[in-house]
Design a protein around this ligand. Structure first.
Ligand code: BEZ
Length: 202
């Protein structure tokens, strides 16, 4: 298998962490790629019509995307146990979606200042994205810490990569302020080998 990947992308990092946590690192070759249209020559468009990363090319079938699909496939491939059974699945998928929403908003903030000319940059729009991030972080602090205290599953990986991305691109915003439980949880989660191995880089 080949993972079309970028070391700055939190969505790719989720896949990279899951690969390590489920013992599949030797099965996946990494293809450095870029998933946005300002670098279209590096987009995996032959494998994914959207050209987005992560995309997973497979010998046994068509390429898979996006990160949530790839993670479910890789987990099923080795019965990795990263998705709870029964009703707990719906909670897990909701927390996973919350983490993805944090990453979506945080990445859009970066694209706003990176991809737009200065005169088109909208501070209100950026602050609106950050408001989504803060509401989601507050919800995790208030409602989901018990879930994160349980044995690891896909939600731990998704939340960990979302927080890692905030440290990487939005360190000046201090997401830890007023969220002692989430901060303490991340302190521990970030020490896992899978997280240390996949620290984001530009
Ligand atoms: C970034 O540079 O922040 C980034 C790169 C790829 C995907 C998402 C974010």
């Amino acid at each position: 298998m080949q993972l079309h990947d970028n070391p700055a992308s939190p969505f790719c990092r989720i896949v990279q962490v899951l690969i390590r946590e489920t013992g599949q690192a030797n099965d996946v070759e990494i293809d450095p790629a870029i998933g946005h249209p300002l670098a279209s020559e590096k987009m995996p468009v032959a494998q994914n019509p959207l050209g987005k990363i992560p995309t997973l090319s497979r010998e046994e079938g068509p390429a898979l995307y996006d990160s949530r699909v790839i993670c479910r496939y890789l987990d099923a491939r080795v019965s990795g146990g990263m998705y709870p059974d029964g009703d707990a699945l719906w909670d897990a998928l909701t927390l996973e979606a919350t983490a993805h929403g944090i990453m979506d908003a945080a990445v859009l903030m970066v694209y706003e200042w990176r991809a737009r000319p200065e005169e088109a940059y909208s501070k209100d729009w950026v602050e609106g994205q950050w408001a989504k991030v803060t509401r989601a972080l507050d919800a995790i602090e208030a409602r989901w810490m018990g879930h994160l205290a349980a044995p690891m599953n896909i939600t731990h990986i998704a939340v960990g990569c979302a927080l890692g991305y905030l440290d990487f691109r939005h360190a000046d915003r201090d997401w830890r302020a007023g969220r002692p439980n989430l901060s303490a949880w991340f302190e521990g989660f970030a020490t896992r080998e899978s997280m240390k191995d996949t620290a984001p880089s530009a």
